[in-house]
Design a protein around this ligand. Structure first.
Ligand code: PMP
Length: 410
């Protein structure tokens, strides 16, 4: 298969031509935080506001009908995008991955968890999963356990097999680590969990934008992702759940649009997804998200994945030329397109600041994985994260900026 025509792709992202600071073109390597948005996604949202804008929930007038259809079809589109055959009855729109986690933790966890029950996470969970399950466990009396990692940042599957028992009610693991780049063996974890009648929640924030995901092949129960990391807008994300699970779960939020029949003393719920989408939803964002899914499919997720793999291999190869750069996580051929590292003697924040002087946008800090950084033995790291529009020349700029930091601090 052909590789990506990156020059052509870049022309659809005018922001990549932007000059920052003293007139240098921005080098955007912070895609794990938020990706850039191609023209056609911006246009789809702009067209919606210019031509259709109206509330959903099937008003009688033309604009509301159109808006409702677009909004509902966007659910089907995103369900198909992650391999869910049930369409909108398996796809709930949320604000982001964090809300997907909270929705399940509150709606399912508060009712199903109790003393003696266990939730199994991994040491590489993002705070959005870690804090959420920790707090729901505190409220319900359940325990949280953490699957450890090996020296190269892979999940310790022997440890997983020890931790997951008949007391386990939920296994919640990230598909791809936003700090280590590790790609976790989700299908194996799902088998392990199901062998013990536990459910599986997968945080797909760093997977859905970068590889072809098939929730049915993985056989997971819940799977959450964010629009703003997959060339889509902020303010919207998706939560896949198996149809029978979502159908029997109680709502997480109450209000208009999520009810069937309301009396002064009781209410019955609408079908999925409405049951979980109280209030006026992010309609333009749903239109943009569906367009982003089309965009990624048109470019080709396999090609995107390979392009990012090539970039991360190139970046790690260049970093390996220096013995004062410590890289965290597995070898390049086992990871997604991001790399977290430290330069000896330079704090990650100072490093990022010098990079910024070179117009190189990376992220310093704990990347919302403080406990993982404790395991790694550092408070912070610098993270460069790639996407379909990045180039080897941009990696070279990153390496040059590191060299500049080395000169300044050395
Ligand atoms: N999980 C992972 C692995 C992430 O990388 C992120 C975003 N940094 C999140 C969850 C949270 O995503 P959001 O802020 O869009 O809810």
């Amino acid at each position: 298969e052909e590789s990506l025509d990156v020059d052509r792709l870049r022309s659809e992202f005018p922001i990549l031509e932007r000059e920052v600071g003293d007139g240098q073109r921005v080098i955007y390597l912070d895609n794990a935080a938020t990706s850039q948005t191609p023209d056609r996604v911006v246009d789809a949202m702009s067209d919606y506001y210019r031509g259709t804008n109206a509330n959903v929930h099937r008003g009688i007038h033309h604009l509301s009908q159109e808006s409702s259809v677009s909004y509902e079809e966007a659910h089907d589109r995103l369900a198909a995008f992650v391999g869910a055959s049930g369409g909108r009855s398996e796809m709930v729109f949320t604000k982001n991955t964090t809300e997907g986690l909270n929705l399940v933790a509150y709606a399912w966890g508060l009712r199903e968890l109790g003393p003696g029950d266990e939730v199994v996470l991994s040491e590489m969970e993002h705070h959005s999963a870690l804090v959420t399950w920790q707090q729901i466990a505190n409220r319900t009396g359940a325990d949280v356990k953490f699957i450890g990692i090996d020296d190269e940042g892979r999940l310790d599957m022997d440890h997983a097999a020890e931790l997951v028992t008949d007391d386990t009610e939920m296994v919640s693991v990230t598909h791809v680590s936003n700090t280590l780049g590790t790609i976790n063996p989700i299908a194996d974890l799902a088998d392990l969990a199901h062998d013990h009648d536990s459910f599986v929640f997968v945080d797909g924030a760093q997977a859905v934008p970068h590889q072809s995901v098939d929730v049915e092949a993985l056989d997971v129960d819940f799977y959450a992702f964010s629009g703003h990391k997959m060339c889509g807008p902020t303010g919207i994300g998706g939560l896949y759940g198996k149809e029978d699970l979502l159908a029997t779960m109680e709502p997480f939020m109450y209000g208009g649009g999520m009810v069937r029949k309301v009396a002064f003393d009781r209410t019955t719920w609408a079908e999925v997804p409405e049951k979980f989408e109280a209030g006026t939803p992010p309609i333009a964002e749903a239109v943009g998200l569906a367009e982003a899914a089309d965009y990624l499919d048109d470019v080709g997720l396999e090609r995107i994945e390979r392009h990012e793999r090539d970039l991360v291999e190139y970046a790690m190869g260049r970093m390996a030329e220096f013995d004062d750069i410590e890289v965290y996580g597995p070898p390049a051929d086992e990871r997604a397109g991001l790399v977290s590292f430290n330069l000896e003697g330079v704090h990650a924040h100072d490093l990022a600041s010098i990079m910024n002087d070179h117009a190189v946008a990376i992220r310093p800090g704990d990347h919302c994985t403080q406990p993982l950084h404790d395991v790694l033995g550092t408070a912070a790291s610098a993270r460069a994260s790639f996407y379909l529009y990045n180039t080897e020349a941009e990696v070279d700029a990153l390496i040059d900026a590191i060299d500049d930091a080395r000169q300044l601090f050395g």
